[in-house]
Design a protein around this ligand. Sequence first.
Ligand SMILES: Nc1nc2c(c(=O)[nH]1)N[C@H]1C(S)=C(S)[C@@H](COP(=O)(O)O)O[C@H]1N2
Ligand SMILES: [Mo]
Length: 166
Amino acid sequence: MKSAVITTFFLALLAAAPATALDMPKGPVILTISGAVAQPNRDGTAVFDLSMLEGLKGRRGVMDTPWTQGEVEFSGPLLREVLVAAGAEGGRLIIRALNGYSAEVPFSDARDIDTILATRLDGKILTVRTKGPSMLVYPFDQDRALYNEKYFARSVWQIGEIEVLP
Ligand SMILES: Nc1nc2c(c(=O)[nH]1)N[C@H]1C(S)=C(S)[C@@H](COP(=O)(O)O)O[C@H]1N2
Ligand SMILES: [Mo]
């Protein structure tokens, strides 16, 4: 009898805990996801430090871009995985840079394209001085059709915030 009560208590605890609760950042916050976020960890937003981002499934892409010289390797989490970690669902993303630039990116660019939220260039951590702390990098190495002004304009660097809209 007593053990049934205890079992019920622990089952209730398990049910209350979200399966993919987002950790709290331990280092400086380098990305805030606001708007339609189901896994907030600070004031209704999902905030990430570098190690949280780099702990997510990512990719390395060796490519040339309009912003770099020759072939370089961008690496970081897939934007898709960052949005999943935040519990973000929506139709559009407003990606805001620290310098005031912003771009609207369809949610489908995260879902259907292996866009990287790059945190490193040739293995070196991106700093604000080198277009960090993160930059949206389209997989120009996978699909050359992405190599045009439409996607360049969505290639926001010095990202501070991503707002998730319906
Ligand atoms: N943070 C930030 N990202 C940005 C921009 C910007 O001004 N600031 N310009 C965008 C635009 S409109 C384009 S075409 C590409 C290339 O910009 P560039 O020609 O100034 O290098 O970067 C995009 N990403
Ligand atoms: Mo542009």
